[in-house]
Design a protein around this ligand. Structure first.
Ligand SMILES: Nc1ncnc2c1ncn2[C@@H]1O[C@H](COP(=O)(O)OP(=O)(O)O)[C@@H](O)[C@H]1O
Ligand SMILES: [Mg+2]
Length: 613
């Protein structure tokens, strides 16, 4: 075998390299658009002739390029945006690789006409397949016009694989839409063969006053832009979400569950004003919607995320469509949390049967089943049965299993319901001491015991903190515990809140506290340890979250640490109480962090899977 290694001719090498940056006609438009935005344009006009690969031009009113720099701009790795690798840590522009213009120039006929504000006139250069063929003076207002014609004329292989021109144009409209969302202060216009396809005026962006978070636009501006894009009625139905943590900021406009889509097409992610694709952001968003959406539906939402540039790697791919977060899990938590909070007041479209046959569940008409065939849960009673009445020996968690939650889920011990009244309730099953399986009409509900309890305790805690003071369970032997100095200070600071929750505490003097009573439905056997966990969680959360809604933080921390855990065995009455109480909360489908609390398995689905159609 003979081998010979050759250096590629420069034109060949640059055409091959160009293929990475300019994968398709849309990429050329994207790069040129990003250059206009980087140049501080307030008005951008796109004109397409026939199709993107045939001819298009982008005109902006940005800074312009000096006549002497025009040809330098077309050289590979020539950029005005960064000088050293470290500059990437402070990146404020969309471009930085200095590859776009030379790449486009290598595979098209490209003309750039530009004028800086202070220059007397404009100049232009015309490049064909990477070679400058003409240059000279021209007339133009300050700004830049880039014209691209005959894309891929000299790379026949690429030409063969082009998408349909109509599809490419649709993608171009979406591209403009996404950048319009990222830059509400910029006006966009696009015409195709002389016909106007879109026109969005520049908005006087409120947040651009430097005192508002560093001169960036805010939700108000985004909403206004959304209204220009999608119509006022649609925009009015979007929900605001806002959150901040560790120098990161999330703003979002969330689509209602009924506007969810079958693909992720309705999702726009903008990170540091860059339109990107991001599976983690998509997952965080999905997490926030929890049970509000069935599987296979994707929320239509726009997210604007701001992170410190040094915590973001934008140099993952030549097209710059992907980024990497240094703090991915923190980003996830921030996004999922902020969005879940905003969605919290929406009820899921599916509700488990309440109160027996008299009230039909909302999904009843979706379930094909013969009446009376399926047992269903009798929900709607807040009151759990006392342990003694439980059907014994049933599920895997039968009697005799010692249970840390025993009797405690059954917070209220009023009189038992008359035995034998009403339909016999179906058995509940505990799976791997983590999930509770509950038959409902038309299928099965699988409840995450920890998440469900967290939701219950969270709402309980909120109610107590909002005034309905919680009852305390007095300890027979008051416990003296030693706290750290900051925990002790926090007890003093939170005194009122802790009291509302049902704690009966007496500070002895740093660092000791006497616990006389604990919240009445506390499941944890070591109240001192629990108090410390609670204090630590509160202090961590208040340090992390900028909106210091103390009641919210206390409620969440309380719920999180007081809830039964995966691995805790539960008896029948405990499971029953847990489910009853879960579905009596205002938002049974998600825990306070936005994780789902239960999953439904439909009988139709099972039948289908077993071939019983
Ligand atoms: N529309 C424009 N307005 C002003 N300057 C521009 C414009 N387009 C390109 N340039 C200049 O040309 C340079 C090279 O552009 P490009 O090849 O896209 O690389 P990059 O954007 O990564 O710097 C830019 O750094 C910028 O200085
Ligand atoms: Mg660029």
């Amino acid at each position: 075998m003979t081998r010979s290694i050759r250096r590629l001719a420069p034109e060949t090498a640059s055409r091959i390299a160009a293929g990475e940056v300019i994968e398709r006609p849309l990429s050329a438009l994207k790069e040129i658009l990003e250059n206009a935005l980087d140049a501080g344009a307030r008005s951008i006009a796109v004109q397409v002739e026939r199709s993107l690969d045939h001819a298009f031009q982008v005109a902006d009113d940005g800074t312009g390029i000096a006549a002497g720099d025009l040809e330098l701009a077309l050289e590979r790795h020539a950029t005005s945006k960064i000088a050293t690798l470290e500059d990437l840590d402070r990146l404020g522009s969309l471009g930085f690789r200095g590859e776009a213009l030379p790449s486009i120039a290598a595979v098209s006929r490209l003309r750039i006409t530009s004028r800086r504000r202070e220059a007397d006139g404009a100049s232009f250069v015309l490049v064909e397949g990477g070679r400058a063929v003409e240059r000279g003076a021209s007339a133009r207002a300050p700004g830049t016009t880039v014209e691209v014609a005959d894309l891929f004329f000299n790379t026949p292989a690429r030409r063969k694989f082009l998408h349909s021109p109509a599809g490419e144009l649709r993608a171009a409209l979406r591209l403009l839409e996404c950048y319009a969302l990222a830059y509400p202060e910029v006006g966009f216009r696009m015409t195709v063969d002389g016909r106007e396809r879109l026109s969005w005026p520049a908005l006087p962006v409120s947040g651009l006053a430097p005192e508002d978070h560093g001169g960036a636009p805010g939700l108000h501006d985004y909403r206004e832009r959304a209204s220009a894009l999608w119509g006022a009625r649609h925009a009015a139905q979007l929900l605001d979400a806002l959150g901040e943590r560790d120098g990161m900021r999330i703003e979002a406009l969330l689509g209602l569950p009924e506007h969810a889509r079958a693909t992720r097409e309705g999702q726009v992610f903008i990170v540091n004003r860059r339109w990107i694709q991001s599976p983690p952001l998509s997952q965080a968003l999905r997490r926030a919607y929890g049970n509000l959406l069935p599987g296979g539906r994707f929320p239509a939402s726009t997210l604007w995320l701001t992170v410190p540039p040094a915590r973001l790697d934008v140099n993952v791919h030549p097209t710059k469509r992907e980024v990497r977060f240094a703090d991915e899990s923190a980003v996830f938590t921030l996004v999922a949390g902020a969005c879940a909070k905003s969605l919290a007041h929406i009820h899921p479209p599916l509700t488990v049967v309440r109160g027996g046959a008299a009230t039909e569940p909302r999904w009843a008409d979706r379930v094909q089943e013969r009446a009376g065939e399926q047992p269903y849960l009798r929900l709607g009673s807040l009151r759990p049965e006392p342990p003694g009445l439980a059907s014994p020996g049933g599920g895997p968690a039968g009697p005799g299993v010692s249970s840390p939650g025993a009797g405690i889920l059954a917070g209220d011990r009023s009189e038992p319901e008359a035995a034998g009244a009403g339909p016999r309730e179906p058995e509940l099953w505990q799976l791997h001491r983590t999930y509770i399986l509950a038959p409902v009409r038309g299928g099965l509900v699988i409840v995450d015991q920890h998440a469900a309890h967290e939701r219950i305790l969270y709402e309980d805690a909120r109610a107590r903190l909002e005034g309905a003071r919680g009852s305390a369970q007095q300890l027979l032997f008051p416990a003296v515990i030693d706290l750290s100095r900051s925990q002790f200070d926090l007890v003093l600071e939170l005194g009122q809140w802790l009291n509302q929750l049902g704690w009966d505490l007496a500070p002895l003097g740093p660092p000791s506290v006497v616990i006389h009573g604990v919240p009445s439905d506390l499941t944890r056997e070591n109240p001192g340890r629990f108090l410390q966990d609670l204090l630590d969680e509160v202090s961590e959360s208040t340090a992390r979250e900028s909106d210091t809604d103390v009641a919210e933080i206390v409620a969440r921390s309380y719920a999180c640490h007081a809830a039964i855990k995966a691995g805790d065995p539960l008896s029948q009455p405990e499971m029953r109480a847990l489910i009853d109480r879960l579905f009596a909360t205002s938002r049974p489908h998600g825990d306070p962090h936005g994780r789902v609390t239960y999953v439904r398995l439909d009988l139709d689905e099972l039948n289908k899977r077993f071939g019983r159609t």
